[in-house]
Write a protein that binds this ligand. Structure first.
Ligand SMILES: [Zn+2]
Length: 170
C-alpha cells in the first residue's frame, strides 16, 4: 500500500487543508491562552506528538480534522465517491495510528483529550472548551490528591466510638 496520490487526489487534499478560516488547533490554543492556561506545542518527547501538551495537567490534546481522522457519524466526514477504497484505507490507517498513540500516552499516565474540528464552530466552541477545562481540572485534582485513608475504613472506628459512648448516657 502506497501513500502516493494522483493529482486529483492531491487537489482534493489541498482544498481540504486550505481555505477553511482559522486553523482548528489555533482556536483551541487561543481559548486556552485567554483563560490563563499555558501549554507547549508539538512536543516531540511526548508520544504521538500531540498538538498541545499541558505538562502541569499531564494532558495531551489532539485537535483532529473530522475528515482525516474519520470522525464517526460527523457531517464533515464523507468519503469521496471517486477512489473510495483509497480514502477508506488511508483514513483507517490514520485512525489506527491515533489509537496506538492514545494508548501509549494513557499507559504513561497521560490524559488524552481529543477535540474534533466540528466542535470548534463559533456555536460550539465555548461548550467544547468548558468541557475540556473540566477534564483538565479533574485530572489535575486526581494527580494531586493527597493519600488519605479510604472513607469506609475511617467510618468504622467512628461508629464503634458512638456505640461505646452510649452507656455513659444511660
Ligand atoms: Zn466532526
Amino acid at each position: 500500500m502506497t501513500d502516493k496520490m494522483t493529482p486529483a487526489q492531491r487537489h482534493y487534499c489541498m482544498s481540504r487543508i486550505h481555505g477553511k478560516g482559522t486553523k482548528p488547533e489555533l482556536k483551541v490554543r487561543q481559548w486556552l491562552w485567554r483563560h490563563g492556561y499555558r501549554y507547549r506545542l508539538n512536543v516531540k518527547s511526548v508520544p504521538g506528538k500531540p498538538d498541545i501538551v499541558m505538562r502541569r495537567y499531564r494532558t495531551a490534546i489532539f485537535v483532529n480534522g473530522c475528515f482525516w481522522h474519520g470522525h464517526h457519524g460527523c457531517d464533515k466526514f464523507k468519503i469521496p465517491q471517486t477512489n473510495r477504497e483509497f480514502w477508506v484505507n488511508k483514513i483507517k490507517r490514520n485512525q489506527e495510528r491515533d489509537q496506538q498513540n492514545y494508548q501509549v500516552l494513557h499507559d504513561n499516565g497521560w490524559q488524552v483529550i481529543v477535540i474534533w474540528e466540528c466542535q470548534l464552530t463559533p456555536k460550539r466552541i465555548e461548550e467544547t472548551m468548558l468541557r475540556v477545562e473540566l477534564m483538565l481540572n479533574e485530572h489535575f485534582l486526581a494527580l494531586h490528591q493527597p493519600k488519605v485513608v479510604p472513607y469506609d475504613v475511617q467510618e468504622t472506628p467512628a461508629a464503634m466510638a458512638a456505640e461505646e459512648a452510649q452507656p455513659y448516657g444511660q
